[in-house]
Design a protein around this ligand. Structure first.
Ligand SMILES: NC(=O)c1ccc[n+]([C@@H]2O[C@H](COP(=O)([O-])OP(=O)(O)OC[C@H]3O[C@@H](n4cnc5c(N)ncnc54)[C@H](OP(=O)(O)O)[C@@H]3O)[C@@H](O)[C@H]2O)c1
Length: 248
């Protein structure tokens, strides 16, 4: 059942695009947005992502899955246009797809560096560049980038990943300044060590655990993402969700 946005349900009846919807965090985001009453277009590289097919049928009525590869820059503006055409608008953009192949500095090739920047930074940029004009025109929009604690600490994946994620912070600041005053917020959420994700599979055994004593949960990332997407006064911010790993 859909209903109009209200102060209690600001994301109800909004149209959201979530990339990497098949992943641990992406699927939790999709589920949270559907529960908040949004219609969600989720992208995956496969047509039948397991985690999305496991969602309750009633929620899936407002979910569309599209196959898209974030390394293929050419299709990304078209993806946004198609969502706008099919659903009348694109109100909420969460580019959550991320490539985190672990590489040490001395083995990192130029091709791997470029691939990381393509998926982790250029794709979010192209999607936001395509989505922003419609959001500005309609006077409402939410863009939330998925960064990482690695943007601050370097992390365990490697320089290609840390640099790409740090780039999202500058992108969020630049777009937030452009969109402030038009009902469009742009922020980034930077998690660390989230369980039940493909990303965590590469974590070395010797890595320090978060001070809270456990890994984070995808639902905890989704909860905070929903709060950030629901808040019209929060813009240009990077919010860390790291179990106390990096105290401010
Ligand atoms: N897990 C963590 O601890 C952690 C910490 C900090 C930041 N993050 C960030 O959180 C986001 C979600 O990752 P996750 O933790 O949920 O990991 P995940 O379970 O491995 O999910 C990664 C997602 O990215 C998609 N993806 C990878 N390469 C892609 C490409 N070339 N084109 C399209 N989609 C692609 C995957 O799609 P397929 O299913 O098709 O492979 C999958 O949906 C990422 O941006 C990641 O960098 C995660």
């Amino acid at each position: 059942m859909t209903s109009a946005p209200s102060p209690d349900r600001p994301l109800a009846a909004r149209v959201a695009l979530v990339t990497g919807a098949s992943g641990g965090i992406g699927s939790a985001l999709v589920s949270a947005l559907l529960r908040a009453g949004a219609t969600v277009v989720g992208t995956s590289r496969s047509p039948h992502p397991e985690r999305l097919e496991a969602l309750p049928a009633q929620l899936r009525e407002r979910l569309r899955v599209r196959v898209a590869d974030m390394a293929e820059a050419d299709g990304l503006a078209r993806l946004v246009r198609e969502v706008e055409r099919e659903h009348g608008a694109l109100d909420v953009l969460v580019p959550a797809a991320g490539a985190g192949d672990v590489r040490a500095l001395d083995e990192l090739t130029l091709e791997q560096w470029r691939h990381s920047l393509d998926v982790n930074l250029t794709a979010p940029f192209l999607l936001a560049q395509a989505a922003l004009p419609g959001m500005l025109r309609r006077g409402f929009g939410r863009i939330l980038f998925l960064s990482s604690v690695a943007a601050y600490t370097g992390g365990f994946v490697g320089p290609h990943y840390a640099a790409a994620k740090a780039g999202l912070h500058g992108l969020a600041h630049s777009l937030a300044a452009r969109a402030a005053g038009s009902g469009v917020t742009v922020n980034a959420l930077a998690p660390a060590l989230i369980a039940d994700t493909g990303m965590i599979a590469g974590l070395p055994e010797s890595s320090p655990r978060p001070p809270v004593g456990r890994l984070g949960r995808p639902a905890e990332v989704a909860d905070l993402a929903l709060a950030m997407l629901s808040n019209a006064y929060l813009t240009g911010q990077v919010v860390l969700l790291d179990g106390g790993m990096r105290l401010s």
